[in-house]
Design a protein around this ligand. Structure first.
Ligand code: GAR
Length: 217
């Protein structure tokens, strides 16, 4: 689609919390690592620290408090209006802790990415670090994926593996996973900005080849 041909690629980033991934993307844009420009940051929480990071970088911010809307659909419609005002080529979910309606997801199909702290399709949903440790596995990680209507179910475009060490706690593991998040999310956004990454027939295509997907275990 023409939108992925924007240069620089216009991004709108959605957050709910600390925004350390947002910071990594801000830094990657500023350094020229990726040919993209963050047009706005939108949070569903007024106290999200990521809003400060955006303001520091001179990026417009908006708060859309989901508790002020009658239902999920009304919130998603308002959110979509706010996003579309900036005509982004890519919508980036960076710790945005909201389940999205199918209508919203389909509106951005092929131009919305999410980062999820597990090796998808394993550990969809919440508390991924704790669940990974409790599973007895010695491997965990993080995935960037295209967003589709199935929660945390869209095709993975980039991933990193993180070893689970003896005596690991969810907090320690989360820190090491976050370091990888800050590397692989800008990388994936860079691929999209260069027109190398696309969603086609439910597959994530990088340089014309489907990105390999993992088996659930
Ligand atoms: C990150 O670990 C991200 O992968 C996770 O929230 C954290 C946000 O950190 N996202 C999810 O769990 C989505 N289901 P940040 O605000 O510091 O970027």
């Amino acid at each position: 689609m023409a939108q992925s041909q924007q240069s620089p690629l216009a991004l709108v980033v959605l957050i709910s919390g600390s925004g350390s991934n947002l910071q990594a993307i801000i830094d990657a844009c500023a350094s020229g690592q990726i040919n993209a420009d963050i047009k706005a940051v939108i949070s569903n929480r007024a106290d999200a620290f990521g809003l400060n990071r955006a303001e520091q970088a001179g990026i417009p911010t908006h708060v859309l408090d989901h508790t002020q809307f009658s239902d999920r659909r009304a919130f998603d419609q308002a959110l979509s209006q706010q996003i579309d005002h900036y005509q982004p080529g890519l919508v980036v979910l960076a710790g945005f802790m909201r389940i999205l309606t199918e209508e919203f997801v389909n509106h951005y199909l092929g131009r919305m990415l999410n980062i999820h702290p597990s090796l998808l399709p394993n550990f969809q949903g919440l508390n991924t670090h704790k669940r990974a440790i409790e599973s007895g596995s010695n491997q965990h990680g993080v995935s960037v994926h295209f967003v589709t209507p199935e929660l945390d179910g869209g095709p993975v475009v980039n991933r990193a593996t993180v070893a689970i060490e003896p005596g690991d706690t969810p907090e320690l593991l989360a820190q090491r996973v976050l370091q990888q998040e800050h590397r692989i999310y800008p990388e994936a956004i860079g691929w999209f900005a260069e027109g190398r990454l696309k969603l086609a027939n439910d597959l994530a295509m990088l340089d014309g080849e489907p990105v390999p997907q993992l088996e659930k275990h």
